[in-house]
Design a protein around this ligand. Structure first.
Ligand code: CAA
Length: 445
């Protein structure tokens, strides 16, 4: 069977940065450690006044196509996943194609374009669509371009304001990929939930505490569903577990829950039993409350064990390194987590070819999906080509007053003009409005 997966990835961050412990926390009168230790975040990325979901997507895709030596004719499909769209009819992918046609010879007139929506899981769903299209033999030898792009902004004063972010991840999906091969097996956990939504409004309505619970419940359901088709997952078989990362503290909770689940009835549970006892089983309790109390107690103890801490440091923590510096990229977030893990492995000189990643995606509303990925031979070259660190270091560090201005500049209900903080350099920029209310873009050399 032909292998299908991600051949290459490119990342584009918003050009501005908000220092959370240094600039945000003092304004909120909060302890900086709530951000660095609690939420696990150092900074958020923001778009400058000339950036938006289209420029970030087009810039990531441009880098990807140039690096891979591709022409528009090589691409049979452009799918953009976003929850920050500004048009209910014309998809972002048409704007992105228009941008790319400014810099490449040829056009994308024979590429199928679309836009995927299911909160943050839409990026992974677009990967699925591309995978299915290639597996069905409908791609005529061409690749799919999947781009996850978002400006994750919250209303000023909302608890989510601490977890904002902006950026895009572009992925090339092909046969015989160079980075990771996707598993056929998938697991889903999906239910009608009201945790986070944007009913035709720019900033989300969020029930933050509930959203955390829903994330964990759906992720657990997805894991069980995945195991029902792929067999039991064992912690020692996984190189990394990239999760959707709204903020690293969320993944800390997911990692612990996942570890408890996948170590049940294994030698690891037996080994740990001497130290913290065996995992509570529902049948041993008279009521649900005492079972849940016992589970909480077990999880608290598990979190402190050397064995768990080592596993977490090796398997989960490396997926969070980039996210800590950029905040939530919604649809791109889980794909950034994968990138972060592979970058970490490259820097550590680890040979990952043939190893397995278990990828946990999530979208509010709500759905989780779990699939596996096998790292391909030659993956190092794809990750070496990234310039994530340079991009992060080049961001303009905003003062509180700058932040207030830029948040207003991106607020659709406000009409404010803000001078750009950075000078665009070899990138697409927003260039004003057309006669039908369309957005215009131009490439700046
Ligand atoms: N030192 C160390 N830790 C501290 C601390 C300090 N001084 N002060 C607080 N903390 C810890 C808290 O104990 C807490 O950690 P635990 O949950 O492990 O106990 C953490 O820091 C956060 O503190 P709070 O819970 O008090 O923070 P909050 O109530 O202000 O906001 C939030 C947290 C509700 C998640 C909020 O950020 C939010 O609404 N975010 C948006 C929604 C979201 O991201 N939800 C995630 C799941 S939904 C999803 O994944 C989809 C998506 O992308 C949006």
């Amino acid at each position: 069977m032909t292998a299908v997966g991600i051949d290459a990835i490119e990342v584009w961050t918003g050009n501005l940065k908000l220092d959370l412990p240094g600039t945000f926390a003092p304004q909120k009168g909060e302890d900086p450690e709530k951000y660095t230790k609690g939420l696990g975040l150092n900074a958020s990325s923001f778009p400058d006044s000339y950036e938006d979901i289209v420029t970030m997507a087009a810039n990531a895709a441009h880098r990807l196509m140039e690096r891979k030596g591709l022409e528009p004719d090589d691409i049979g499909r452009i799918d953009v996943a976003t929850e920050s769209a500004f048009d209910n009819s014309k998809p972002v992918s048409t704007y992105v194609a228009g941008c790319l046609e400014q810099v490449f010879d040829g056009d994308f007139h024979h590429a199928n374009k679309g836009e995927r929506k299911f909160a943050c899981i839409a990026g992974t769903q677009s990967l699925d669509d591309a995978y299915n299209w290639i597996k069905a033999g409908r791609n005529r030898g061409r690749a799919a371009l999947v781009i996850a792009t978002d400006t994750a902004l919250y209303a000023r004063g909302d608890a989510g304001e601490a977890t904002q972010g902006a950026g895009a991840v572009a992925m090339l999906i092909t046969e015989e990929p160079g980075l990771v091969e996707l598993s056929t097996e998938q697991g889903y956990g999906s239910a009608d939930e009201t945790d986070f939504l944007k009913p035709n409004q720019q900033f989300p309505s969020v029930d933050g505490k509930r959203s955390v619970k829903v994330y964990l419940a759906r992720m657990r359901e997805a894991l069980e569903d995945y195991e029902s088709v792929a067999g039991d997952v064992h912690p020692d078989d996984l190189a990394f577990i990239p999760f959707h990362t709204p903020f690293p503290g969320m993944v800390r909770k997911a990692g612990l829950l996942g570890y408890r689940h996948i170590t049940r009835d294994t030698a690891i549970e037996d080994d740990l039993a001497e130290e913290i006892g065996r995992q509570p089983r529902a049948e041993a309790f008279d009521d649900e409350e005492s079972y849940h109390d016992a589970l909480r107690e077990y999880m608290d103890a598990l979190k402190g064990t050397e064995r768990y801490r080592e596993w977490y440091a090796q398997t989960i923590d490396p997926t969070l390194e980039v996210s800590r510096e950029v905040g939530n990229w919604y649809t791109g977030s889980v794909h950034l987590a994968r990138t972060s893990a592979l970058k970490h492995a490259l820097e550590a000189g680890r040979d990952l070819a043939g190893e397995t990643l278990l990828v946990g995606s999530y979208g509010s509303g709500a759905q989780a999906e779990i699939h596996a990925e096998t790292v391909c031979d030659g993956w190092e070259a794809e990750i070496e080509a990234l310039n994530v660190d340079e991009q992060l270091a080049a961001r303009y560090d905003m003062s509180w007053a700058d932040y207030e201005q830029i948040h207003d500049a991106h607020n659709h209900d406000m009409d404010v003009d803000v001078e750009e903080f950075t000078a665009p350099d070899a990138e697409f920029v927003f260039d004003g409005w057309g006669r039908m209310g369309e957005r215009k873009y131009r490439y700046v050399d």
